[in-house]
Design a binder for this molecule. Structure first.
Ligand code: ADP
Ligand code: TRP
Length: 332
């Protein structure tokens, strides 16, 4: 159980309509915590800038991410939902923290190293296609986390290192100047696992095997029916834990339903077509309401703008006070 006095924060990078993997691996935790804790949830559009250079696309993805969080139940009474780029103090803190962050720390970032490895494997210059936004990504993320005094940062497993960097950077600051920063802790959902995509590999935009969380009903059905299965006949017993169908189902059903579905796999007698239909019926019934809410919001983006503007006003109050303290500590 998380102490309800703790401040929770996460950023959602607007790079496309969130899929089942994003929701199960990262977004669900923060939506759940928003029901009990003060929560900062922002759309990390500045982080998307290192890969998306089209403003309309960033804007559209920002609306999609914000609408999805609201539709999936983020509790707006406890949640400060805002757009990262609306807070001027974030650019300031980013510049200030640059001067405390060792270059070597950035060299060790998994996301940067993965790009370098890819370039090396293709015989390209190691830094080909890598801009400074990508290279210094963890500093901006540390600024996000530290500016709002966050205690707990729910993230997908791949983001854990970035939160640890934020902790390191907070430590350098506290040691060099004065202890203005809390040391944040990552919160990783242990039970999420890696959500498989349509082809059985990790669900990921880069593999083109995703299912959009709030896709229209017909698209959801089409995608679920396209899940790749092995060649077992309906009569054969199957291992639920090796089936993408079951691995998706278990995140939407109740405990007794999960036990029963697993039993149907093990017993044999259920073909994959039937299993897919059961998965579709379950997911479709759970997501019908949120989907309606999402579609309404996307048809009325002025309402999203309004929510984001209110969130930014609140976030700015915290940020402006904090940045004054930091500037005073660093610049006198
Ligand atoms: P993608 O791989 O589709 O580009 P991102 O890298 O933008 O997804 O992921 C955003 C967040 O969603 C990350 O915190 C990541 O941990 C989580 N996530 C993405 N795909 C999955 C998955 N298949 N299973 C669990 N979590 C995932
Ligand atoms: N880097 C995160 C991602 O790619 C998004 C993000 C930006 C974030 N700033 C953050 C997450 C601060 C947690 C806290 O998913």
């Amino acid at each position: 159980m998380i102490d309800t006095n703790k401040i929770v924060l996460t950023g959602i990078k607007p790079t496309g309509i969130p899929h089942f993997g994003n929701y199960i691996g990262a977004l669900k935790s923060i939506i759940d915590l928003s029901k009990t804790n003060k929560t900062f949830m922002f759309i990390a559009d500045l982080h998307a800038l290192n890969s998306i250079h089209n403003p309309e696309v960033i804007r559209e993805h920002t609306y999609q991410a914000a609408a999805l969080m609201i539709a999936m139940g983020a509790d707006l009474n406890n949640t400060v939902l805002f757009r990262q780029s609306d807070i001027a103090e974030i650019y300031q803190l980013n510049t200030l923290l640059m001067n405390l962050t060792p270059k070597g720390l950035m060299n060790r970032a998994h996301s940067y190293k993965a790009m370098v490895d890819k370039n090396n494997a293709s015989d390209l210059d190691p830094d080909a296609g890598i801009n400074m936004g990508l290279y210094t990504y963890p500093i901006l993320m540390a600024a996000d986390i530290l500016l709002y005094n966050s205690d707990i940062v729910p993230v997908g497993a791949d983001q854990k290192q970035h939160v640890e960097f934020a902790r390191d950077i907070a430590g350098y600051f506290n040691h060099t100047y004065k202890p203005l920063f809390k040391l944040p802790e990552p919160l990783i959902r242990q039970d999420a696992g890696l959500v498989p995509g349509l082809d059985g590999r990790k669900m990921s935009k880069s593999y083109d095997n995703t299912i959009s969380l709030l896709a229209p009903e017909a698209e959801l059905k089409k995608k679920i029916m396209r899940i790749i299965t092995d060649s077992k006949t309906p009569d054969e017993a199957k291992n639920p834990d090796e089936s993408t169908i079951f691995l998706l189902y278990k995140h939407f059903a109740t405990e007794p339903e999960i036990t029963e579905f697993a039993e149907m796999f093990r017993r044999g007698g259920m073909g994959y077509g039937t299993a897919k239909q059961i998965l579709f019926d379950k997911v479709n019934s759970v997501l019908a309401e949120p989907r309606k809410k999402y579609e309404n919001l996307m048809a009325n983006t002025a309402e999203i703008d309004n929510i984001l503007a209110n969130g930014a006003n609140y976030a700015r109050q915290i940020a402006s006070k904090k940045i004054e303290e930091i500037k005073h500590a660093m610049l006198g």
